[in-house]
Design a protein around this ligand. Structure first.
Ligand code: ATP
Length: 229
């Protein structure tokens, strides 16, 4: 049973057709990359599957549930940079997020450990490196121990060290059994991190499937931008 199954999703903003009849399945336990250049519809797609946006047409099931029954606590999301307080510690920032999600200290400790931030949990957020800040954001998305983690371009704006840290964290979280769905405009990133991919161009699905199969297609190399970070 796929974790996410999209059927003919379409979305238009005024004159802009952001997505056209997009259908694909995300198998359980995979790291699924939604790959495409800027403006291809990645953020719109993730917005729809997290119920932030409504599709004009089509439907989808997430964790086998239609929209009305969807249990948001089983989904962790990082769609934009969270507003962390610079003068509070990593722990205090997570405490605020945990309070909103009604999670306790044990859950904060758990996600700090996963993100490799236990030793620095009491340092002020403003002293964190870019990679640490993003790892804290992913830790926050992991509060509540969701089955599925949805990330929009999680390495965007990071330095090379931060990119490596965040990619390693994503692989580690996937190894713990969670399904990860992440947008990326970098072919290299998808090759390095993802097991499966859906390729969008101008709101249309070009290809989807295991990276090892899709990658051997000749047209694949034209689609994403390569960046050797
Ligand atoms: P990026 O990497 O730049 O975020 P993307 O692949 O995530 O790109 P979207 O942000 O989903 O793509 O945008 C798809 C198309 O829809 C683009 O042409 C974009 O300009 C347009 N679009 C997105 N949001 C809106 C909006 N709120 N109003 C009007 N047009 C929008």
């Amino acid at each position: 049973m796929p974790v996410l199954s999209l059927q003919n999703i379409s979305k238009r903003y005024g004159a802009v057709q952001a997505l056209t009849n997009v259908s694909f399945d995300v198998p359980a336990g995979c790291v699924f990359g939604v790959l495409g250049p800027n403006g291809s519809g990645k953020t719109t797609l993730l917005g729809i599957v997290t119920d932030v946006l409504k599709a004009d047409q089509g439907d989808f099931t997430l964790l086998d549930q239609p929209a009305s029954a969807r249990q948001r606590q089983q989904i962790g999301t990082l769609l934009e940079t969270p507003n962390f307080y610079h003068y509070l510690s990593g722990y205090q920032n997570l405490k605020i997020a945990a309070t909103i999600k009604q999670r306790g200290a044990d859950d904060i400790e758990r996600v700090l450990k996963i993100a490799g931030l236990t030793a620095r949990q009491h340092s002020k957020f403003k002293t964190y490196s870019l990679g640490m800040k993003q790892r804290l954001a992913i830790a926050s998305a992991l509060l509540g121990d969701p089955q599925v983690l949805i990330l929009d371009e999680p390495t965007n704006g990071l330095d090379p060290e931060g990119i490596a840290e965040v990619r390693a964290l994503i692989r580690q979280v996937a190894q713990s059994g969670k399904t990860i769905i992440m947008a990326s405009h970098l072919l290299d990133e998808v090759e390095k991190v993802c097991t499966h991919v859906a390729i969008l161009r101008k709101g249309n699905l070009l290809l989807s499937g295991p990276v090892s199969e899709v990658i051997s297609r000749n047209d694949f190399v034209e689609i994403g931008s390569r960046n050797n970070q």
